[in-house]
Design a protein around this ligand. Sequence first.
Ligand code: ZN
Length: 234
Amino acid sequence: MDVSAQRKPKKKAAPAAPQTELAKLREDFVKATNDYKASLEKLVAIYEENVKKAEDKVALSKKLLAEGLIAKTQVEESERALDAEKQKVAETRRQMTNADSQIAGVLVETAADDEISKNRRLAKQRLIRTAAFTRYTGSGGWNLSDAWKIQRFFSDTFNKQLPIAVFGQGAIHDRWRLDHHNAMDIQLHPDGVEGRALLNFLQKNGIPYSAFREAIPGTATGPHIHIGRPSHRY
Ligand SMILES: [Zn+2]
């Protein structure tokens, strides 16, 4: 056991999860990350195979065009298909590079959900604050298609792009049977300058969010801001 990793207890904070639970969380995290990366690697192999097939089709259609057997639009069509296959490879590779933070995000979100569902008094509040997370239920409607308003606020304020880690439903949420269709995850610590400004903006505009402070034990991943209603298991 790594005792040095334990943080000193805070006054009045929610009770920390027992060490066994943290150890289990870390174990789940490592296993899930490895499984997820392995499955993405298989996916990349399939997509790369599809790229090769699409390249063959482009070459063939160019030959047929030269022979006057097909129209130019058919060549363009095969080129578009090739682009689409290449994009799938790129997207899957991108998911592989931040697989750790995606998994950590899912773990802290489900842990918070479990904590709230065990506590009915907490579940009724519009603004919930615990040591690990803050959840604001928002007012009025929220739709992921309004994300641009938040992106514009952020880029106007900080002169850089909003660091979106996950937009909508990802492969990771399908695997964990989580409904994340109408939500996005922002790679910001809620207590940092940018994180606080973002939460302020969301609350002023009645946009629901959950802000997570907790990191997966032994890693730096976990803290993030989930914009939208909490994702529920289905
Ligand atoms: Zn999320």
